[in-house]
Design a protein around this ligand. Structure first.
Ligand code: PLP
Length: 391
C-alpha cells in the first residue's frame, strides 16, 4: 500500500500567510442574491471599442497566431515609445527600455521580483490596491505601509514617507490616480516625493494604469520629473483607458538594466504577451483617443452624480479627481466599514467594498466604483439613502 498524500503539506508557507482578496468575498456573497446593483467592480462597463475588436478579428483572419518577441511586438513598443514622447516628453528606447506584459498585474509582479532581495522593504501608501502587499510578500520582500488620510486628500506626504524609510527600504510603490480613493497627485506633490526618494536612493514603481482618468488638469507622469526616469519602473496598460480588461495588455517602462531583469523572469514564466492582444493595443494607441476621451467624459459625469448623491445622503465624500472610485466615510453612521457594506448588501442589495480591505488606513470608508451606468448609480443611491435613513 502506498503512502497517502496530504496535498496541504506541499503548499508553500508564503501562500498560507497571504489572506485571500477581501474584494472577492463580497462578490461571492453577492452572487447568491438576486437583483443586486454592483458598485464593487473596478472594471469599465463599456465594451472594447469596435475598431479595436475589428483589428483583432482581421489579424486572426490573416493568421497572425504566433509567439512574438519576448519583449512584445517591436511595432507596439515603438507606438508606446512615441505615445510617451508626445504626451510626457519622456523618451524610452523601444528596443531596451520597454517590456510588453499580460496586464499591469504581470508587470507589477515582474517589477517587484526584479528588484527585491529577501528582506528588502517596499513601501506601500495605504489605502492601496489589493495586489501590492501580496506581490511583495510572494517576492520575499517586506511590505511597509505608509498611511495617507482624508485630511490630506489621500495624497502621500513627504514627511509620512520619510517616517517609514529605513536602511532596508528598496522601493516605493506609487499609484496615482489611486485605487481605491480616487486621489491624484499633481506635479508639486510628486516633486516633494521625488526629493525624498533621491535623497534616500530608493526606486519607485509607479502604477499609472488610471492616468487617462484624470479629471482636474493633466496627469503628471512620475518618470517625467527631473532625475526620476532612472529611478522609476513605470507601469501602464490598456485595461482601464480603453476598456480592454479581458485583453490582459500592459507594459513596463524602465532603465535597460531593470527591463533586462524583468524580461528574464517574463521570458521563463510567460514567454510573451498574446499576439492578438498586442495587435489590439497597437490599434488602441493609433486610433483610440477619441473613444477613450468619450468614455472619460462619461465617467466624469457619473463621478459628479455619485459624489453629490453620497454627500446628500450624509456620507461625507471628498471629490475624487481620478480613476473611477468614490471613497465616502461611513463614520457618521456609527457602523464599521464591514458592518456597513455587509448590511447594505443584505438589506438593500448594493455591493460596495469596505475600505479596510485596502489596508488599515481605509477603515471607516467604503469604495464605490462608478464604472457602471448612470441608471444603476441612481438606483444604488436611492437604496443607499433608504438604508442610511433606516439606521
Ligand atoms: C491600481 C491597479 N493596478 C493594476 C490593476 C490591474 O490591471 P490589469 O488589468 O492591467 O492587470 C488594477 C485593476 O483593478 C488596478 O486598480
Amino acid at each position: 500500500m502506498r503512502k497517502t498524500c496530504r496535498p496541504s503539506r506541499f503548499v508553500a508557507d508564503v501562500t498560507k500567510k497571504v489572506p485571500p482578496s477581501g474584494i472577492r468575498r463580497y462578490f461571492d456573497l453577492a452572487s447568491e442574491i438576486d437583483d443586486v446593483i454592483s458598485l464593487g467592480v473596478g472594471e469599465p462597463d463599456f465594451v472594447t471599442p469596435w475598431h479595436i475588436r475589428e483589428a483583432c478579428i482581421h489579424s486572426l483572419e490573416c493568421g497572425e497566431t504566433s509567439y512574438t518577441s519576448n519583449y512584445g511586438l517591436l511595432e507596439l513598443r515603438e507606438e508606446i515609445s512615441g505615445f510617451f514622447t508626445d504626451k510626457f516628453t519622456t523618451t524610452y528606447d523601444p528596443k531596451s527600455e520597454i517590456l510588453v506584459t499580460s496586464g499591469v498585474s504581470e508587470a507589477l509582479d515582474l517589477a517587484i521580483r526584479a528588484i527585491t532581495n529577501p528582506g528588502d522593504e517596499i513601501i506601500i501608501p495605504q489605502p492601496s490596491y489589493v495586489a501590492y502587499t501580496p506581490s511583495v510578500m510572494f517576492a520575499g520582500g517586506v511590505p511597509v505601509p505608509a498611511d495617507t488620510c482624508l485630511e490630506n486628500e489621500f495624497k502621500l506626504h513627504a514627511e509620512d514617507l520619510e517616517d517609514v524609510i529605513t536602511e532596508k527600504t528598496k522601493a516605493l510603490i506609487l499609484n496615482y490616480p489611486n485605487n481605491p480613493t480616487g486621489a491624484t497627485m499633481g506635479r508639486k506633490d510628486l516633486e516633494a516625493i521625488a526629493d525624498v526618494v533621491a535623497e534616500h536612493d530608493i526606486m519607485v514603481i509607479s502604477d499609472e494604469v488610471y492616468d487617462c482618468l484624470t479629471y482636474n488638469g493633466k496627469h503628471t507622469c512620475f518618470a517625467s520629473l527631473d532625475g526620476m526616469k532612472d529611478r522609476t519602473i513605470l507601469l501602464n496598460g490598456f485595461s482601464k483607458a480603453y476598456a480592454m480588461t479581458g485583453f490582459r495588455m500592459a507594459y513596463a517602462l524602465a532603465p535597460r538594466e531593470i527591463i533586462a531583469s524583468m524580461m528574464l523572469i517574463h521570458q521563463y514564466s510567460m514567454l510573451c504577451a498574446p499576439i492578438l492582444a498586442q495587435i489590439g493595443a497597437i490599434e488602441a494607441l493609433r486610433n483610440g483617443t477619441r473613444e477613450m476621451e468619450r468614455m472619460v467624459r462619461d465617467y466624469d459625469r457619473r463621478r459628479n452624480l455619485i459624489v453629490s448623491g453620497l454627500n446628500r445622503i450624509g456620507l461625507d465624500c471628498f471629490v475624487p479627481t481620478g480613476a473611477f472610485y468614490a471613497f465616502p466615510s461611513v463614520e457618521s453612521t456609527g457602523l464599521t466599514s464591514e458592518e456597513f457594506a455587509e448590511r447594505l448588501l443584505f438589506e438593500q442589495k448594493v455591493v460596495t467594498i469596505p475600505g479596510n480591505v485596502f489596508g488599515k488606513a481605509g477603515d471607516g470608508f467604503l469604495r464605490c466604483s462608478y464604472a457602471t451606468s448612470r441608471e444603476e448609480i441612481e438606483k444604488a443611491l436611492a437604496r443607499l439613502e433608504e438604508f442610511v435613513e433606516g439606521l
